[in-house]
Design a protein around this ligand. Structure first.
Ligand code: ADP
Length: 974
């Protein structure tokens, strides 16, 4: 930087010229004054100069001055640096010496124009730098004037605005892009300030409002929309501005053509650079088509759901309509089968019964299948005792298996929890189907069910069920398709084996609902293994009413298991191991005797023998006899495991001193009860388990039953079934009559139809429960409904009923429900009333009235040993006697019935006496006892109470006559 030029000391115009006439003294003082002023001016000029310099050197601008010839007279440091020269070097140089010619010429022209016009010049110059990049310079030029105002040069300043230019360009670019986006979007876009005035809108928005952007800006919604709408928009905008959140809405309006239209609107706040909300912006698009599609879909879904509901309702109704007459067919056939029939009639009726049963099965399968397909089948989630549940299912199928000579066994290892939570009924259904199939498709060998624990969580388990048979097997290419509806492995199997092909399809879907998978492994001729998994919750044993099987006195007990079937041996071993007994297994009678001898010699004899009744060479009964006959060792307790048939032979059981006879496959709890009772030294021939098993085949104690049912056919059927069973039934045709009878007469249980005229079953139940709230008693009520819909059961239970039976009513289910309901009721009563003796479920301990002694009912149908004994073991003679009785008994029974009808007590006494004696001949004690009771009524001159007794006699006589007929026709003693 050069020293600033010393300013010229031109005299100021107000100074006097030196040639003025003045005195010397005054001259001297004037001169001094003058000099002082000159110096002051010089000082002021220097100050101004310094000020100017400090200004031009501190501003971030390039500053220069030129004279009229274009020579540089000054340049600030920035300027000098930009030209890489010192100020001294630059002074006197022209632009042409510093810049390219064209550029220098432009500068000169600009300078000349400024000097000519005296006006300020402003320009933005574009330069291409040495590296080829473009830079921008903003230039201001003004004329330099002397003291007289004459233009003596030009001064300029400029700055580099390349960066600013770049930012501007970028902004322009983005603005252009934004604009093109806004304009091309198929959306209306707008923005408003905080007062709701439009600041921007795209073309579509303007078109919709039929105005230009210029006209729109500054206006509000109130200028374009009806007040109520504008109010809403304003309120929305305010909400967005206040909350800072995005608002989404679907607005509904009538378009210009008057059609319902919908727009989807998004509103968001607009922020400035400091993050303050300065307005709102929005976008909207037409969603009329989408909305219409949604509405159409919603309608279609609704229609489909309605249709589904209708379908499921139709199915329920249809199944009801079919089941009701079928109920009649099955029930009436049952009743007729219990009467005396010719062989042909019986055979034809069995066909009717079988056909009706299989038709019912098909209807049930179709109903289940449709319900599952319609997503209407919900599973229960209730606690259940898994061993009892599976054991009961196996028990149901045992007769079928044994009739075919098949061994049926099941194994549930100890690690499977005793109480689970889930749908026990549906699990049973799947097992019944698989095991039923296994029995159906197996000619000889065994069917074995194994349950395994796959996974145990804190409150859930996964189990695997395997059903293995030794049957005909399935071709590999059919092993998948059989799980589909109406598929069978072989079309011809339908003819040979029957079935609809729905069972596995239903099972597969049920398994899926239980969170599991189903599959099969099989080879033709080598049997099949079906397996499925299922998930269950765990439950507390007390919830599922299971008592852990544990008895101190059984621990260490030495037990011998005798069974020719290795699977059975394994299962029995596992069961008794669980009770900490010491089992040993052998596969035959002789091996058992040998083992007993060995144990005796080792001074550790067996105290219990679990023996299969049906074994080759020496069967279980022969073994038991041998054990009895041997006097050399202390007789162990013997429990016989049988396939039925022989069970009824009480005398044989007594003769062989069997502690119990249990039907295979034996339930763990039954075996435990039998063993515990036998080992506790109770009467070994009357274990609780034995009683249970017998009661399944015989009549239970007579109950007083109120049947609320409006259908005459159902009334007939139910009354028939119940009276045959020895119950006393009163019929009410509707809810009102039910209430009247309930108040008038004592009953043990009410069977309540749900749909009845006047007052339905739910109302009647509610009324009964209301009355009981005062009396504190509780009448067991069992619902009977033909509806098979989900929720029916819950409705009935919620109305205060104790149990639920789906129609058609099946004898076993009905009887079991009655006993369960009355049993529980009695349990409760017994608890409340110490005076009554404990009765539990053992029917024998609970006579319902004086005329009935249930003990008689547990005796076998016919005691063949007794019968033969009476004829001196002469089979021929026995046949003759049987023949005579078969001829005579129908008339005798008829006489009894007529005598009761006519109140003819003499005839009653006589005919009943004859019957009693005849039944006694065959050891048919139950029937004989009933005849005796009728006889004594007659002798007392009474017929009251005779009718139900006769009903029971008739039923029992039917069974006895059947057995006698089988003996007479085929020589079979059952
Ligand atoms: P259904 O037994 O009523 O015909 P399912 O769906 O229960 O219907 O069974 C379908 C088919 O699968 C049967 O018809 C049979 O061909 C085959 N099947 C099922 N279980 C077995 C089995 N244990 N052994 C051989 N074939 C079987």
């Amino acid at each position: 930087m050069t020293e600033p030029h010393r300013p010229t000391t031109d005299r100021p115009s107000n100074e006097r010229p030196p040639g003025d006439r003045v005195t010397a003294a005054s001259h001297t003082s004037e001169m001094a004054e003058l000099w002082r002023r000159v110096e002051q001016l010089e000082r002021e000029q220097r100050d101004a100069e310094a000020l100017y310099l400090s200004l031009v050197e501190t501003v971030p601008l390039y500053v220069f001055r030129k004279d009229t010839d274009g020579k540089i007279t000054f340049g600030n440091k920035l300027y000098c640096d930009s030209l890489s020269r010192s100020l001294d070097e630059l002074i006197g140089l022209r632009d042409v010496e510093l810049f390219p010619k064209k550029q220098a010429e432009k500068y000169r022209q600009d300078d000349l124009r400024v000097m000519r016009t005296g006006e300020m010049f402003h320009d933005i110059e574009e330069h291409t730098n040495a590296d080829g990049a473009t830079s921008y310079v903003e230039v201001f030029k003004t004329p330099v004037r002397d003291g007289a105002g004459r233009i003596v040069g030009v001064q300029g300043m400029y700055r580099d605005i390349t960066a600013q230019k770049g930012a501007e360009a970028a902004l322009n670019d983005s603005q252009a892009r934004y604009n093109s986006l806004m304009e091309s979007l198929p959306l209306s876009v707008w923005s408003k300030d905080l007062d709701g005035r439009f600041t921007f809108a795209n073309r579509l928005f303007c078109e919709n409002l039929d105005c230009s952007l210029e006209a729109l800006v500054g206006k509000t919604d109130f200028d374009y929309f009806p007040d109520d709408l504008a109010e809403k928009y304003r309120a929305d905008d305010r909400r967005v501005a206040e909350s800072g959140a995005v608002l989404e809405d679907v607005e509904e309006f009538l378009n210009a053509e008057g059609h319902q239209s919908y727009v989807q609107v998004l509103k968001a706040p607009v922020f400035d650079a400091q993050g303050h909300v300065v307005g709102t912006q929005g976008m909207a698009w037409d969603v009329t088509a989408r909305r219409q599609a949604e509405v159409a879909m919603e309608r279609a879904k609704q229609a489909a759901e309605d249709a589904n509901r209708a379908k499921s309702q139709f199915l329920a109704n249809m199944s009801h309509e079919i089941r009701t007459p079928l109920n009649g067919v099955i029930g009436m056939t049952d009743l007729i089968m219990a009467t005396r029939l010719t062989a042909d009639q019986r055979e034809h009726l069995s066909l009717v019964q079988e056909s009706a049963e299989s038709l019912l099965e098909v209807i049930n399968d179709i109903l289940d299948f449709s319900k599952i397909e319609a997503g209407k089948l919900d599973l229960d989630n209730l606690p259940f005792a898994v061993r009892d549940s599976i054991g009961d299912a196996m028990r149901l199928l045992s007769v079928r298996a044994h009739n075919k000579g098949l061994e049926l066994a099941y194994r549930i290892p100890p690690e499977v929890p005793i109480a689970l939570r889930g749908d026990a009924g549906r699990l049973r259904q799947v097992l019944l189907n698989l095991v039923g199939n296994a029995i159906k498709f197996t000619v000889e060998g065994e069917v074995v069910v194994v349950v395994e624990l796959i996974e145990q969580g804190d409150d859930a388990v996964e189990l695997q069920f395997t059903v293995r048979d030794t049957g005909i097997g399935i071709e590999p290419d059919k092993q998948q398709t059989i799980f589909e509806a109406f598929e069978q492995a072989d079309g011809s199997t339908t003819r040979q084996y029957g079935g609809t092909g729905l069972g596995l399809a239903v099972s597969a879907r049920l398994v899926e609902l239980m969170g599991g998978e189903i599959g099969v492994e099989s080879a033709p001729g080598q049997g099949s293994t079906f397996h499925f998994t299922a998930r269950f919750g765990t439950a507390d044993p007390s919830e599922a009413a299971v008592v852990p099987l544990d008895a101190e006195e059984l621990r260490g007990l030495k037990v011998l298991i005798v069974d020719d079937n290795s699977t059975n041996r394994l299962i029995l071993e596992e069961m008794v191991h669980g009770w900490e007994m010491r089992p040993q297994s052998v596969e035959s009678g002789p091996a058992a005797l040998a083992a007993m001898w060995t144990a005796l010699e080792a001074h550790d004899p067996y105290r219990l023998v679990l023996c299969d009744g049906n074994m080759p060479t020496m069967d279980g009964y022969s073994l038991a006899r041998r054990i009895n006959d041997t006097r050399d060792f202390e007789r162990p307790v013997v429990i016989m495991l049988t396939s039925g048939g022989m069970v009824d032979q009480g005398a044989l059981r007594d003769e062989l001193c069997l502690a119990a006879c249990l039907i295979k496959p034996v339930k763990q709890s039954d075996l435990f009860d039998a063993v515990a009772t036998a080992m506790a030294g109770d009467d070994p021939t009357r274990s609780e388990a034995t009683v249970h098993e017998e009661t399944e085949h015989s009549t239970t104690v007579g109950r007083r039953i109120l049947l609320a049912e409006d259908s005459v056919v159902n009334q007939k059927l139910a009354v028939g079934l119940l009276e045959r069973r020895g119950h006393v039934v009163r019929v009410a045709n509707n809810g009102k009559e039910t209430l009247e009878l309930f108040e008038r007469e004592p009953f043990d249980v009410i069977l309540m139809d749900v749909q009845m005229p006047e007052m339905d079953g739910l109302e009647a139940t509610a009324a009964i429960r209301a009355k009981e709230a005062i009396s504190g008693r509780h009448m067991p009520i069992i619902a009977m409904t033909a509806h098979a819909m989900q929720g029916d059961r819950e409705r009935c239970l919620a109305a205060g009923m104790d149990d639920y039976l789906a129609k058609p009513i099946r004898a076993e289910g009905l009887f079991a429900a009655i006993e369960a309901a009355v049993g529980c009721h009695e349990d409760e009563e017994a608890e409340n009333d110490e005076a009554r003796s404990a009765c539990g479920n053992e029917a024998a301990a609970c006579p319902a009235d004086d005329s009935t002694t249930a003990g008689e009912m547990h005796d076998p149908v016919i005691d063949w040993i007794e019968a033969l004994d009476r004829v001196g073991d002469d089979e021929e003679l026995l046949r003759d006697v049987v023949d005579a009785f078969l001829q005579e008994s129908p008339a005798l029974l008829d006489n009894v019935r007529q005598a009761i009808d006519l109140d003819d007590t003499k005839t009653l006494q006589r005919a009943a006496h004859t019957l009693k004696t005849s039944f006694g001949h065959f050891g048919a004690i139950a029937a004989a006892e009933l005849a005796r009771e009728l006889e004594s009524l007659g002798s007392e001159g009474r017929t009251d109470g005779a009718a139900p007794l006769y009903g029971r006699l008739q039923e029992r006589a039917g069974v006895v006559l059947d057995a006698l007929k089988r003996y007479f026709d085929q020589g079979i003693k059952t």
